[in-house]
Design a protein around this ligand. Structure first.
Ligand SMILES: Nc1nc2c(c(=O)[nH]1)N[C@H]1C(S)=C(S)[C@@H](COP(=O)(O)O)O[C@H]1N2
Ligand SMILES: [Mo]
Length: 340
């Protein structure tokens, strides 16, 4: 009998969580209308009254071993046996320089961030420019849960259950024309709400608004996600509420947060980190263990788990963050050390 095996990059929910939790979570998601149709998300702000209390009651096991077995060498982790990063870590260890350049600052300084009303405009070289308001973000497209690895260029990583829809569905609605070669994304500019935009030091020296870009075929790849939630709730402000991009095969800085504008353009656009330090951060930013950052190795990464000091969490970095089967084709014939 021929058994179709899933693509190695696909993280199935029953492979990242314990089977019992997975089943009861599925039932819960189904009863709330999540699976099969887009349901309303539990609001993050209502003190943890979300779907994923289950995860809190049944925390996923940390990656720990006995001290004797502890070793520094990076582990080869099977991509099908990965562990979700605990929600508390996902929402407290952030990069969102608009709210401060230290990992703990966004969770503290973004709590009053207003996401409603919100407007996301899609414009540029397309036949049907459009604007989505806050409610449209959650109701225009069927929401799916996608469990993706997120690999920051700083050599740490997480595994996160996102909620969202493929960017391509939104782009198709706008009907890009033949001049649309790249897609530009822009974060909200609001120094009154975002202290890092007001204070250059707090904001890490970046010129705001934060901008990012993708080639049109990268943007149209089905893996490219517009996320409106994580762990079954709307996004917390520190993770990019109300809507952010998630490009799982690229370094985390491509996954721009709190997006207000998407534009189809002809020329390769500037992106924030490339503008700031061009020899360290490129436009493509594909995860690549063979191309080091000028100041550190990219061959391995620290997987953020709930583990303590002995957590055996240094793992080898995978080409395209393990999503090569879906995306390697996009870069055929390109010198990836030149287009880093
Ligand atoms: N607007 C904006 N988007 C951003 C950033 C930022 O500073 N500003 N940081 C990026 C970086 S470097 C990473 S690793 C991810 C982190 O996402 P997370 O905090 O949800 O894990 O967001 C990316 N998106
Ligand atoms: Mo990052």
């Amino acid at each position: 009998m021929l058994i179709k095996s899933p693509k190695p990059s696909a993280l199935k929910e029953n492979q990242v969580t314990d089977e019992g939790i997975y089943q009861s979570r599925r039932t819960l998601l189904k009863s709330l209308g999540f699976i099969g149709a887009s349901g309303l998300l539990a609001q993050t702000s209502t003190a943890n009254a979300g779907l994923f209390d289950l995860f809190k009651k049944n925390p996923v096991k940390a990656f720990t071993v006995s001290p004797l077995k502890y070793q520094q060498a990076p582990l080869e982790i099977s991509v099908t046996a990965q562990i979700l990063t605990p929600e508390a870590k996902v929402t407290s260890h952030n990069n969102f320089y608009e709210f401060g350049a230290q990992k703990s600052q966004p969770a503290q300084l973004a709590q009053q961030f207003k996401v409603k009303p919100w407007q996301l405009t899609i414009s540029g070289h397309c036949n049907n420019p459009l604007t989505l308001d806050y409610d449209d973000l959650f109701s225009s497209f069927e929401l799916e849960e996608r469990i993706y690895r997120l690999r920051c260029v700083e050599a740490w990583s997480m595994v996160i259950p996102w909620l969202g829809f493929s960017l391509t569905k939104l782009l198709q609605k706008a009907q890009p024309n033949s001049r649309a070669k790249y897609v530009v994304f822009e974060t909200l500019y609001d120094p009154e709400q975002m202290p890092g935009q007001k204070n250059r030091r707090l904001g890490g020296g970046i010129s705001y608004p934060y901008v990012e870009g993708l080639r049109i075929d990268e943007a149209m790849n089905p893996l490219t996600l517009m996320s409106v939630g994580l762990y079954g709730k709307t996004l917390p402000p520190q993770n990019g509420a109300p809507i952010r991009l998630v490009v799982p095969w690229k370094y985390g800085f491509k996954s721009i947060k709190s997006i207000v504008a998407i534009k189809f353009v002809e020329q390769q656009p500037a992106n924030t980190w490339n503008t700031l330090i061009p020899n360290e951060y490129g436009f493509y930013a594909n995860v690549n263990p063979t191309v080091d950052h000028p100041r550190w190795s990219q061959a391995s990464e620290r997987r953020i788990t709930s583990g303590g000091l002995l957590a055996r969490n240094r793992i080898k970095t995978q080409m395209f963050n393990g999503y090569g089967e879906e995306v390697a084709e996009l870069y055929k014939g390109m010198d990836l050390s030149k287009y880093y």
